[in-house]
Design a protein around this ligand. Structure first.
Ligand code: AMP
Length: 194
């Protein structure tokens, strides 16, 4: 594993612990010689993790659509900043450059990107690990929703097990490095199935 795609908020969150966690994760990536692949913005947790990686002597590669360069204030101090035509190009390039996907706390943009990487794994488009950095239980309600989804027969337990999570950056990176791709049929057998 050489690079990790980090999805995270273009905001910094309501409590300082989110910024502290973004710094800790950025430092852990550099300590493990992992490049950061992210959305290329200078604001929120995105900016914090990129700044931390650069300050620690690591590699931070941003991918940002033209329309968002000004809104998210494209980060000009990165190892590489790719300005792409639109969101589809951004997500595809971020995925191609990355060996793993991690969502830190964020808003709907973060959730959308997380679920894209997760559903692509479920469908077998890639075999890369997908994980949550579960800072102070931020993702507990999402994990509970996914457990409910399994209980109600809309998702296999196997795919829930595929989603890694941890509150500690180093422990999470360790889980990513030990990831074994899962090969299973996505389709859930229901009572109505023929
Ligand atoms: P947010 O978590 O909403 O602060 O957004 C975090 C990142 O997700 C930012 O880089 C946004 O540009 C990006 N984003 C926002 N909306 C979307 C979307 N519909 N699809 C993919 N990324 C998005």
């Amino acid at each position: 594993m050489k690079s990790v795609c980090v999805y995270c908020g273009s905001s910094s969150g309501a409590r300082p612990l989110y910024v502290e966690a973004a710094r800790a994760f950025g430092r852990a990536l550099v300590e493990h010689d992992l490049a950061l692949i992210y959305g290329g913005g200078k604001v929120g947790l995105m900016g914090t993790i990129a700044d931390t990686v650069m300050e620690a002597g690591g590699r931070a590669i941003g991918v940002i659509p033209e329309l968002l360069v000004s809104k998210e204030i494209g980060h000009r101090g990165l190892t590489e900043l790719h300005v792409v035509p639109d969101m589809h190009h951004r997500k595809k390039m971020m995925a191609n450059l990355s060996d793993a996907f991690v969502a830190m706390p964020g808003g709907v943009g973060t959730l959308e990107e997380l679920f894209e990487a997760y559903t692509w794994a479920q469908l077998g488009y890639h075999q890369k690990p997908v994980a949550l950095l579960n800072i102070d239980g931020f993702y507990d309600p999402l994990i509970a929703m996914l457990e409910h989804t399994v209980q109600e027969g809309f998702m296999r337990q196997t795919y829930l097990d595929m989603l890694q999570f941890d509150s500690d950056p180093t422990a999470l990176i360790d889980k990513l490095q030990r990831h074994q791709p899962i090969v299973a049929d996505k389709w859930v057998q229901t009572r109505n199935a023929v």
